[in-house]
Design a binder for this molecule. Structure first.
Ligand code: MSS
Length: 363
């Protein structure tokens, strides 16, 4: 267990016993605090801010928040109140930071040393972006990306491109994109991007732009640093560049959440979570011998759809001893969680089942 430190003001409503405070901008959900239900309580959900969060004044009059929509045939500035008139949909989706699992890399990538808890499964409610676009005459021809801009006020004296949170994702994600104003059936907290957030279910956390002030359909990707060289998969020692894979769609992943250290001999139930990322989940297997033999785990309900995770459980009988418990998920396209992580400079995208195992002492 990491030592406790105080919750930052903008997140002081979090459950202190459920999170590890890495820094004022990074809170991680404890591995054992995920629970066995589908939805991660907002109070347990991790936080990752690349810039300090804006002040609470931006949620004082939520309906007055404005978002600029560009790259459509009839560009417009819409208030949150106007968006609410256009349409509404709820989606349950895994929100996961690109760097989740960074702690298991051995080359020592800098950045927050996330274990398993820079992830949660939450319910977003808002208007489908495709409905907004339809209302504004459709996407302009030749636009290949959806570029969302965060609403943080940028510190003066620095080149805005080097610090702003502006992300481009391929327009193939338009069907699943939502402009969300609710998280888990409550007004979207400032901590998680209120009053309005661009949510791209199935995509890594960084693409889910908080306090979104502009959504632009663009011909090319933004040249903001967070897109051009940040959040790119490259070999250890190599600098980030626009031709490297960007952290967009999430692949299949799972991990064990209980028991984590020890348990009594005899009957025991192993718990965890599994998700297909941008694909539906097919199944999850558990091994109590470090991956030599596998058993199908039971997927717990309800099934909240393609982008949600499924808690899973497996009943086992264990004699006293040491066990390496691992889980391995498969998505509906047959992609299987790999044994080993892909080494990369920044420690992104770790889905290794071996890294995510737990060593259990049974007595
Ligand atoms: N947005 C904005 N505006 N800002 C910032 O900073 N960050 C990112 C996203 N978005 C940001 C944004 C990240 S990076 C992440 S993960 C996410 O978000 C988180 O979320 P929450 O709610 O949890 O805090 Mo990594 O891939």
């Amino acid at each position: 267990e990491a030592p406790k430190s105080a919750l930052p003001d903008y997140a002081n409503w979090k459950d202190e016993s459920a999170v590890i405070v890495h820094s004022a901008n990074t809170l991680e959900t404890r591995r054992g605090a995920i629970g066995s239900g589908v939805v991660t309580p907002s109070k347990h959900l991790y936080v990752r801010n690349n810039l300090p969060a804006p002040g609470a004044e931006i949620v004082a009059d939520r309906d007055a928040w404005e978002v600029r929509i560009e790259g459509v045939n009839n560009p417009a500035t819409l208030t949150l109140a106007e968006l609410k008139e256009i349409g509404i949909e709820s989606v349950t989706a895994v929100l996961q930071c690109s760097g989740n699992g960074r702690q298991f890399f051995t080359h020592g990538p800098g950045g927050t040393q996330w274990g398993t808890g820079a992830a949660g499964c939450v319910v977003w409610t808002g208007v489908p972006l495709r409905d907004v676009v339809a209302q504004l005459g459709g996407v302009k021809e030749g636009m290949e990306y959806i570029t969302g801009t965060g609403g943080e006020a940028l510190p003066a004296g620095l080149d805005p491109k080097t610090i702003m949170v502006e992300r481009s994702i391929p327009t193939r994600a338009l069907d699943q994109a939502i402009l969300a104003w609710e998280l888990n059936d409550e007004a979207l907290p400032l901590t998680h991007g209120g009053p309005l957030r661009l949510v791209i279910p199935g995509y890594y956390g960084v693409n889910n732009v908080k306090y979104v002030k502009q959504v632009a359909f663009t011909e090319s990707q933004t040249d903001a640093k967070i897109q051009a060289s940040g959040y790119r998969i490259r070999d250890v020692g190599v600098k980030g560049a626009p031709d490297q894979p960007s952290m967009w769609e999430m692949p299949v992943k799972s991990w064990v959440t209980a028991p984590l250290e020890k348990t009594r001999q005899g009957h025991s139930r192993i718990h965890g979570v599994a998700f297909g990322g941008n694909n539906p989940l097919d199944k999850v297997e558990v091994s109590v011998d470090g991956g030599k033999t596998w058993l199908d785990a039971q997927l717990l309900g309800p099934d909240m759809g393609r982008f949600a995770w499924r808690p899973f459980a497996l009943s086992v009988d264990l004699a006293p001893g040491e066990y390496r418990i691992v889980s391995r998920a498969t998505d509906a396209q047959g992609n299987i969680q790999p044994q080993n992580r892909t080494e990369n400079e920044r420690g992104y995208g770790n889905t290794s089942w071996s890294d995510h195992g737990v060593t259990l002492t049974v007595s």
